[in-house]
Design a binder for this molecule. Structure first.
Ligand SMILES: [Zn+2]
Length: 165
């Protein structure tokens, strides 16, 4: 993929991401740390837990970007939360769009791709040492899939341009 094509795609993804409101991810320290909340809902949950168990050492944790296999949403209010996608998370997103299609007009989908690019970039990390052949193959397969998806998105963008002109 040409650098100017990457720039075009990044501009599309980032513009979509800018339209989608998200907030920092929090969780309950000493609570069920697998559950994610926005700050407000997390504070409420902590207060609830402390009321039921005053000696419990619950507190609001998080507020910084941690890695996750999927994009988190607040357990209580459903607000979109920030994280960094893991390698697996990126693979799952690219795979999803290859299977189900991608809509360049959807800010949510553009945000997902912006997260994917932010997490793993456009090509394999230079000089990366792989644990084994399997890891190497899945890394290369991932970037081949990303290229395929992005070539398809570029085509859609170009078709869209013609319609608006
Ligand atoms: Zn919430």
């Amino acid at each position: 993929m040409k650098p100017e094509d990457r720039e075009k795609l990044e501009a599309l993804f980032d513009a979509g991401a800018a339209k989608v409101a998200s907030t920092e991810e929090h969780w309950i320290h000493n609570g069920d740390e697998g559950l994610s909340y926005c700050r407000e809902c997390c504070e409420k949950e902590v207060a609830k837990l402390l009321k039921a168990d005053p000696s419990g050492e619950y507190c609001v944790d998080g507020g910084w970007g941690i890695e996750g296999d999927t994009t988190p949403y607040c357990e209580t209010c459903g607000k979109l939360l920030d994280n960094t996608l893991t390698e697996y998370g990126c693979e799952a997103e690219v795979d999803h769009f290859l299977r189900n299609g991608f809509d360049p007009a959807s800010p949510g989908q553009c945000r997902s791709m912006s997260e994917v690019i932010m997490a793993r970039g456009w090509e394999p990390m230079e000089g990366r040492t792989y644990r084994d052949d399997f890891e190497k193959k899945s890394d290369l397969d991932y970037f081949a899939a990303l290229d395929k998806l992005c070539a398809g998105i570029l085509k859609l963008m170009e078709a869209g341009d013609e319609k608006t002109i």
